[in-house]
Design a binder for this molecule. Structure first.
Ligand code: SF4
Ligand code: SF4
Length: 592
């Protein structure tokens, strides 16, 4: 079967395009005018039944807004929803299960929000026929014999009460005016506000206006709001964004603790360590962002994440990535020959009530140093000092050191297009190697004509990383590059940073909270410790094992490697492995 998708927001007809797609279509030219018709909105409509899939219209379209995609025949009867003709199409449903935490894993734009809206009863599924409303009986028949059948029966009988933690918590202050306390009191159907806010460590901000709290505080407020609802189906859409690793683990424990036979807990998450820790089962969603999404059948979370990393779903014979993502077991630091590239002396800085001491350290050529620590312990201050944006009170950075810096918060102020921005930064733009090393892995092709100040959070992040990696430098310094990115993009960027560092014989220092991303990327670690917002100090750079051991001990978590993919996994608290590793003082990867 075949789908034709037109991004009408990009189509420039009729003003700037005389329907070039229609003029060139061989089926239309052969006399069948209905293959591409003009709709009432003056945009083209492609008939999926008449289209022969030649792809000529794709090449002719000046706005690059047409996609013609061949799909496996069995999906023909599995379409769950389509908003408009030639619009995004969703196949199959996420299946919430009572007594199980279900995780959802997939790229942005693959239909996760549509899938949830349907489960919440906010969107009525049209079984792929826009403008129709199939009777409830037909929907239940569609799911006959599956877990989803009983879910939709309950939904139609109004036995489902859903609580949803939205993805974009930044939008909350625009929708709600008032204090955190007033917001939470208005949704506290369980009368547990005090308990939940204390566990989420937001009791101290209850009387602050929602417009005055940080991203991490807003995230925990939104999580609390969902938890306080007297619901039986919960959806948490990206609960780890803006949270540091300690907060992520705390939230993970709280979410998985909500699970019982009368409750269904569902989590969409891009941090694979968090997803692995929280969920029992996982749905992978694959497809083409913005065009179609397929919900794969649920697997055990271990199998789901390993399958995702492998890029191939065996049961469905679907390859969604050309290469598998592999995790290496890093050699002990003493076994690796290092050529010192750059270093920093002992440095100190006071910023109001906050004080940081940075011990001397160095980085080597071909090396990526990951930086890990709680929020408020000085990681960004260190980055700013290294980048020359802040002057230390004690110590000095070598002025000859070339540092290319991507800050944590990126201001999208430029009126230039992405293409103009990249051309300004590097003469390599347009070369084959630039295309392979930067453009392709950072998915920049579709952004080139967009203005920088019109990009979304994830698009801006990719462009900012591209800009940083395009400069000539000794050290590439990236502060929270995984923010706003989906899991596929995170791992692709991790691979890109490693490849660039190797190719340029440079070094990278990467600050992030996604442990799996850092594990994949880093050769060594620099750990930040202290009391958040009061005092910070560094430990390292040191080996992965030593650094992780030091960090994980503080957060009382142990980790092991997955036998199949070598990816890091968190041991269940108080499990045999957890206790054994803690006893040996091996918090990171027992047996190394
Ligand atoms: S892909 Fe289909 S719609 Fe496009 S030109 Fe070919 S036949 Fe016509
Ligand atoms: S060629 Fe592209 S821009 Fe022109 S009408 Fe067709 S879809 Fe729209």
């Amino acid at each position: 079967m075949r789908i034709a998708v037109i991004d009408k927001s990009k189509c420039i007809a009729p003003k700037e395009c005389p329907y070039l797609c229609r003029q060139a279509c061989p089926v239309v030219r052969a006399g069948n005018q209905d293959c591409i018709k003009i709709g009432e909105d003056e945009k083209p409509i492609i008939s999926e039944d008449l289209c022969i899939g030649c792809g000529i219209c794709i090449k002719k379209c000046p706005a690059e807004c047409i996609k013609i995609i061949n799909l496996p025949e069995e999906l023909r009867t599995q379409a769950l929803h389509r908003y408009t003709e030639n619009g995004f199409k969703l196949f199959r449903a996420i299946v919430p299960m009572f007594g199980q935490v279900v995780g959802v894993l997939g790229a942005n734009g693959i239909g996760k929000t549509t899938a949830i809206s349907i489960l919440a009863g906010l969107e009525y599924p049209n079984l792929g026929e826009p403008g129709t409303k199939p009777p409830e009986k037909q929907i239940i028949n569609f799911f006959k014999g599956t877990e989803a059948q009983s879910y939709f029966e309950k939904l139609f009988k109004k036995e489902i009460k859903l609580a949803y933690k939205p993805q974009y918590v930044d939008a909350i202050p625009k929708q709600y005016k008032g204090t955190v306390r007033a917001l939470l009191e208005s949704v506290d159907e369980k009368g547990k506000m005090e308990d939940v806010t204390e566990k989420l460590q937001i009791s101290g901000i209850l009387d602050r206006d929602v417009s005055q709290v940080s991203g991490g505080e807003l995230q925990r407020t939104a999580i609390a709001a969902a938890m306080l609802k007297d619901a039986n189906v919960f959806f948490f859409d990206e609960p780890s964004s803006y949270l540091d690793i300690k907060q992520r683990l705390n939230v993970s424990k709280m979410i998985s603790g909500m699970n019982n036979d009368e409750t269904s807990v569902n989590v969409i998450e891009h941090d694979l360590i968090v997803l692995d820790y929280i969920s029992d089962l996982t749905h992978i969603m694959y497809g083409t962002p913005g065009a179609y999404g397929v919900v794969a059948h649920p697997m055990s979370t271990r199998n789901g994440i390993n399958t995702f990393l492998g890029g191939y779903i065996r049961d469905e014979n679907i390859r969604f990535r050309e290469y598998p993502l592999k995790f290496e077991i890093k050699q002990a630091a003493k076994d690796v020959k290092r050529i010192k590239l750059a270093g920093w002396p002992l440095m100190e800085k006071n910023l109001g009530d906050f004080k940081i001491r940075i011990d001397p350290g160095e980085v080597s050529a071909n090396e990526v140093v990951g930086v890990l620590g709680e929020n408020g312990t000085g990681k960004t201050t260190f980055a700013k000092i290294l980048a020359g944006e802040l002057k230390p009170d004690k110590g000095k950075i070598d002025a000859k050191l070339k540092i290319s810096y991507k800050p944590q918060y990126i201001k999208p102020e430029s009126e230039l297009t992405v293409q103009e921005t990249l051309m300004k930064i590097t003469d390599d733009y347009g070369t084959d190697s630039y295309r392979i090393d930067i453009m392709k892995p950072l998915l920049l092709d579709s952004l080139l004509k967009k203005k920088v100040n019109e990009l979304s959070g994830g698009e801006l992040q990719r462009v900012a990383i591209a800009v940083a990696l395009s400069r000539e430098a000794d050290i590439y310094l990236l502060d929270e590059p995984s923010a706003y990115l989906d899991v596929e993009q995170r791992l692709s960027i991790a691979k890109t940073v490693r490849d660039i560092v190797k190719k340029k014989k440079a070094s990278a220092i990467v600050i992030d909270h996604d442990l799996l991303f850092l594990d994949y990327l880093s050769d060594r670690l620099l750990i930040f410790k202290g009391i958040p917002s009061k005092v910070g100090e560094t430990y390292g750079p040191t080996s992965m094992r030593d650094g992780m051991n030091s960090f994980l001990k503080e957060v009382e978590i142990t980790m092991r490697r997955d036998g199949q993919t070598n990816r890091p996994r968190i041991n269940k608290l108080d499990s045999v492995k957890d206790r054994e590793q803690k006893q040996k003082g091996e918090y990171y990867y027992a047996g190394l």
